[in-house]
Design a binder for this molecule. Structure first.
Ligand SMILES: *Cc1c(COP(=O)(O)O)cnc(C)c1O
Length: 369
């Protein structure tokens, strides 16, 4: 196990909460998905700084286990991937905004063309440079309308990948999945030589096995559950820990935090921990008298949040954990027992947003690289 500490992250003794990113688990997750879809190729979606864990750490770890194709959202992210993976094939999902063409050419990035405007721009690039064509089969977000595909295929562009994106692949009984697969099949018939790509993380767990030639997992690589409601087949990649700064006891009826929204039902011991919404812990994880909120693990015991999440601090109920009073004790916000999906659910959001909002103030530690 080698520990890499990025210089941009604050040192452990100067930060409060600390984030540990297990690159071994990331690599194992990719290998699991790659084996599942073989002989189709398994790529990796590393947009949004590799879902918050860091492009510069994630990409080499993935390349080392055999990942050759990466997807990003922005050209700037593609440039960072190119620096760490000189041989990789890199697709830029958001197409060709502004004047990104020169950047794409300079760094050998392939745009995912998602509109006829994109097609027109790329057609003017000399040398028939490779690109992907994104066809919209139901999302109505990015991608060509199926009726425009014939027109795009008639242009002088080198389409090496034809792709679409699922609307509800995490719901395997949603009839939209079959509808999108059928729409894509009829479009694909017009471009029989392009490679195909349909599946995101959940898509590659659909019973229809819509693997095409290349799958595009993101969330599952980072430990998110691609099969909500079923056991998570992926390993956790991110763990998050915050120090206990202070422990105090209050009486039943006493209130906690801003605007006194949480009332103790009994004599209660509270721990104040050094993490808040400015670190990316959602304020919506607050606990009030009306609703329960987030949870933290202290010495193996689940401790509910008490009151509102503040900017830099959160209070948890440690009545049942004598160890919480020990000097140096800490609380785990993400761990084996509390997944990114759990925290998302308790924060009225999804694990994806938990990951991509991981804050800049954490001490970051990479292990298993
Ligand atoms: C983000 C994204 C993915 C990855 O989706 P996950 O659900 O994170 O696996 C795949 N394809 C496209 C087009 C995306 O935008």
């Amino acid at each position: 196990m080698s520990d890499v500490i990025l210089s941009s992250s604050p040192a452990r003794e100067t930060a409060q909460a600390s984030l540990t990113i297990d690159l071994g688990a990331l690599a194992a997750n990719w290998a699991l998905l790659a084996a599942r879809v073989a002989p189709a190729e398994c790529g990796a979606v590393v947009k949004a700084d590799a879902y918050g864990i860091g492009i510069e750490a994630a990409v080499p770890a993935l390349a080392k286990v055999g990942c050759k194709t990466f997807f990003v959202a922005h050209a700037s992210e593609g440039v960072r991937v190119r620096t760490t993976a000189p041989q990789a094939t890199i697709y830029v999902l958001n197409g060709l905004p502004h004047d990104s063409v020169a950047t794409l050419l300079e760094h050998n990035l392939r745009p995912v063309l998602g509109s006829m405007e994109n097609v027109g721009l790329w057609q003017n690039v000399p040398g028939m440079r490779a690109c992907a064509l994104h066809v919209d089969t139901g999302m109505n977000r990015l991608g060509l309308a199926p009726s425009d595909v014939a027109g795009a295929l008639g242009k002088n562009i080198a389409i090496d990948l034809l792709m679409t994106h699922f609307v509800s692949s995490e719901e395997d009984e949603d009839p939209l999945n079959d509808i999108q697969i059928a729409r894509f099949a009829s479009i694909r018939a017009q471009a029989p030589h392009a490679r195909t790509s349909l599946a995101n993380s959940s898509g590659l767990f659909l019973p229809q096995k819509p693997y095409g030639d290349l799958v595009r997992p993101g969330y599952a690589l980072y430990g998110g559950n691609p099969t909500p409601g079923l056991a998570n087949p992926m390993r956790a990649v991110v763990s998050l820990e915050a120090p206990i700064l202070q422990v105090r006891s209050i009486e039943g009826g006493d209130k906690v935090g801003y605007n006194a929204q949480w009332t103790a039902k009994r004599r209660t011991r509270l721990a104040t921990i050094g993490i808040g919404y400015a670190d990316g812990l959602p304020r919506a994880a607050m606990a009030t008298d009306m609703r329960s909120g987030g949870e933290a693990m202290v010495a193996g015991v689940r401790c509910p949040f008490a009151g509102r999440v503040s900017m830099d601090l959160t209070v948890i109920d440690v009545t049942d954990v004598p160890e919480a009073a020990l000097h140096g004790a800490s609380a785990q916000l993400l761990c084996e027992d509390i997944t990114v999906d759990d925290l998302g659910l308790r924060s009225a959001t999804i694990g994806y947003e938990i990951l991509t909002r991981l804050g800049a103030r954490y001490h970051r530690q990479y292990v298993g690289g």
